[in-house]
Design a protein around this ligand. Sequence first.
Ligand SMILES: Nc1ncnc2c1ncn2[C@@H]1O[C@H](COP(=O)(O)OP(=O)(O)OP(=O)(O)O)[C@@H](O)[C@H]1O
Ligand SMILES: [Mg+2]
Length: 252
Amino acid sequence: MTKIIAIANQKGGVGKTTTAINLATALAAIDKKVLLVDADPQGNASTGLGILEENREPSLYQLLTKQEFDILSIKKTSIPKLDIISSSIDLAASEIELAEINNREEVLKKILSKIVGYDFIFIDCPPALGLLTINGLVASRSVIIPLQCEFFALEGLSALTNTIDTIKSGLNSTIDLEGVVLTMFDKRNALSSLVEEDVRSHFKNKVYKTVIPRNVRISEAPSHGKPVLLYDTQCAGSQAYIGLAKEVILNQ
Ligand SMILES: Nc1ncnc2c1ncn2[C@@H]1O[C@H](COP(=O)(O)OP(=O)(O)OP(=O)(O)O)[C@@H](O)[C@H]1O
Ligand SMILES: [Mg+2]
């Protein structure tokens, strides 16, 4: 059985892509077969995993346009058990193109239903609640929400949880909140702990025990086209993502 998990938060820069790349890598490192679907026109997950622009096609855009899976869209990464379906800038057009078709919210679900052989599929959603994110949520068994440890962390989150509830009562009755992961935690900053307290009292046991620290190695890794786990295995950021992967496995 493949577990499909969307990584979503319409707020930008909260650590969705970093979590998608490094959680996927940590699971692949413990022998899980993992596919990462880059559903963001920015293509950050594709870049972060070292997929050159000329090697991205057929990208998710082509699959959504044809409404059909194409085995050639699955690219290998430098991590043995981790594959990716890349994004490209033309994916931005999908928001408009999808709007014109009937089953507009279910196209990604239909495509992913043809894919077999993976333990996990992660969907890295864009920072918006448009049709790409909706397609990601409709296709998924559950959602991981990364929250940055800053003052406005919870602001706007009700829009996301309301969207998840609407999808649960209609297009995808089995979707659940997989977990909330706190990112960019700065232990020297009292605000980080206050935000953590606030988020834990709001989401209770849905918040992962593992907190991802603000760590410069995490921010350096994408420019080398590598997950931080390959760039610097021992750093605090890598160790945190290994801890997160263990928690995700326990919930499986
Ligand atoms: N724990 C961390 N420590 C330091 N830097 C981090 C950490 N997590 C993410 N970053 C950096 O913060 C920026 C935003 O992270 P990321 O791209 O993962 O967020 P995102 O939610 O996917 O953004 P977008 O909404 O644009 O897709 C990136 O430059 C990333 O390298
Ligand atoms: Mg991103």
